[in-house]
Write a protein that binds this ligand. Structure first.
Ligand SMILES: [Zn+2]
Length: 257
């Protein structure tokens, strides 16, 4: 079985002392590729460095909504330079967060729009964070039909998930799928596997039974198994289909057989 973790933050300092081990455990668990996403220029550069260091790690570069005020034209020009590297597969993590509102909404909207435009210019897919703003995110994406991506750590309900698929986008599901009282199993059961990507968002949102601890890509398998249970299918089928989706969207290299 081969799994792909489409969203992690391996450049997070919580991995600085044992990343070799973390990557080795992912390998042992069958996680064959990991997309690690920057959140501003510094972490984007670190993500790229890790992608150069580990064969199974690939990078997304971008400015997160929490850091939107840092997304000056100069910084976005740097992001564009990083994005042209062959180990960069996407623009991200970008988006809108009107829940925590750590930067002014006006700056968030501008930074997001500029980076959606950048993805279009470079022909790269997007990794989008949305919290308390799924309506605003979907409305903006509607203006840019043709640009594809994933809504990571999907924050909406079944109708919004359907809208995501209508746009040709993917719904990212992670550890929250395994939480008690999660609304996501309902979303997942209504969606075809063809519209789903698996992710960990490591070091955040570790699945049960690791909830509250540091998450890592090896735990992706727990999310995949939970999804198989919800869909009434095998983990093999889930691994095959979601990895194929990830390859289609991001262009990860083909499965090693
Ligand atoms: Zn993230």
């Amino acid at each position: 079985m081969e799994w792909i973790d489409t969203h992690a933050h391996l450049e997070d300092l919580r991995f600085s002392s044992d990343l070799d081990e973390v990557v080795r455990r992912a390998e042992e668990a069958g996680v064959k590729a990991i997309l690690t996403a920057g959140t501003e220029l510094g972490t984007s550069l670190r993500a790229l460095k890790l992608a150069e260091r580990y064969g199974k790690v690939w990078a997304a570069v971008g400015v997160h909504p929490h850091e939107a005020e840092r997304a000056t034209p100069e910084v976005l020009a740097e992001v564009e330079v990083l994005a042209s590297h062959e180990r960069v597969l996407a623009i991200g993590e970008v988006g809108l967060d009107f829940y925590r509102d750590r930067s002014p909404r006006e700056s968030q909207l501008t930074a997001f729009r500029r980076q959606v435009e950048l993805a279009g210019k470079l022909g790269l897919p997007l990794v989008v964070h949305s919290r308390g703003a799924v309506r605003e995110v979907l409305d903006l994406l509607r203006e840019f039909r043709g640009i594809k991506g994933m809504l990571h750590c999907f924050p909406g309900g079944p109708e919004e998930a359907e809208e995501v698929l209508e746009l040709g986008w993917y719904v990212g599901l992670g550890g929250t799928l395994t939480f008690q009282k999660s609304a996501l199993p309902e979303v997942a059961s209504a969606l075809p596997l063809e519209g789903i990507l698996l992710e960990t968002d490591s070091p955040y949102l570790a699945p049960v039974p690791y909830r509250g601890r540091r998450n890592e890509p090896a735990y992706l398998v727990l999310v995949g198994k939970k999804l198989a249970q919800i869909k009434g299918t095998s983990p093999q089928e889930v691994a095959l289909c979601t990895s194929e989706n990830a390859r289609k969207l991001f262009g990860f290299p083909p499965a090693s057989t």
